[in-house]
Design a protein around this ligand. Structure first.
Ligand code: CUA
Length: 200
């Protein structure tokens, strides 16, 4: 005689087309799992189409050895290409960015091209969705519209040696009036610089 003989009878598993023999607990977990999948899929869709999630693609290739002698990389900076449309060319090099400052008026839509003259670096602009890896030989490109005036520091996000932490610059988004005023100054400065360079 064993304890087994004293076991209560197995409860009858309800059967029929409605329950399919699935335990109610399991059914609840299935509901939760499906709900989670829907939540994740929605999050990805919203990120991709509504929040402007972008993947920096390999825009084009460059030769890091001749980079600094080649346009546009030999004169990095930000250029207005159409009304409100800007293109910024940034060179990452141990351990600084060129230019150190990108100045645009509020509302500027900026296409940012970044490449490296030496090692692998990173380029992230604080408080924006601009964050890309900078691989030597490859140009990374992302676009952003600066709708708010203010300063948006950019920094290197890949450890690239001793000076890594010092590798940063900033995007300055000015009111149109301030931008126009400063731009007039810049034009004068640029002319001066060019004259100086020509004289050397
Ligand atoms: Cu460049 Cu870290």
């Amino acid at each position: 005689m064993t304890d087994l003989d004293d076991r209560p009878a197995e409860p009858e598993v309800p059967s029929g087309p409605s329950s399919m023999g699935i335990d109610p607990y399991e059914k609840n977990w299935m509901r939760v799992s499906i709900l989670l999948l829907v939540v994740f899929a929605t999050a990805i869709t919203v990120a991709g189409f509504a929040a402007g999630f972008q993947l920096p693609g390999p825009e084009s290739r460059v030769d890091p050895k001749t980079l600094l002698q080649t346009e546009p990389w030999k004169s990095p900076g930000v250029y207005e290409v159409a009304d409100g449309e800007y293109e910024a060319y940034v060179v990452a090099q141990a351990w600084s960015f060129s230019p150190l400052e990108i100045v645009v008026p509020v509302g500027a839509h900026v296409t940012i091209y970044v490449t490296s003259a030496d090692l692998q670096h990173g380029f992230k602009i604080t408080d924006t969705n601009i964050n890309m890896q900078i691989v030597p030989g490859q140009v990374s490109k992302l676009e952003y519209t600066f709708d708010e005036p203010g300063e948006f520091p950019y920094l290197c996000t890949e450890y690239c040696g001793q000076g890594h932490a010092a590798m940063y610059g900033r995007v300055k988004v000015l009111s149109q009036a301030d931008y126009d005023a400063q731009h007039a100054d810049d034009a004068t400065t640029e002319t001066t610089t060019e004259t100086t360079t020509a004289g050397e």
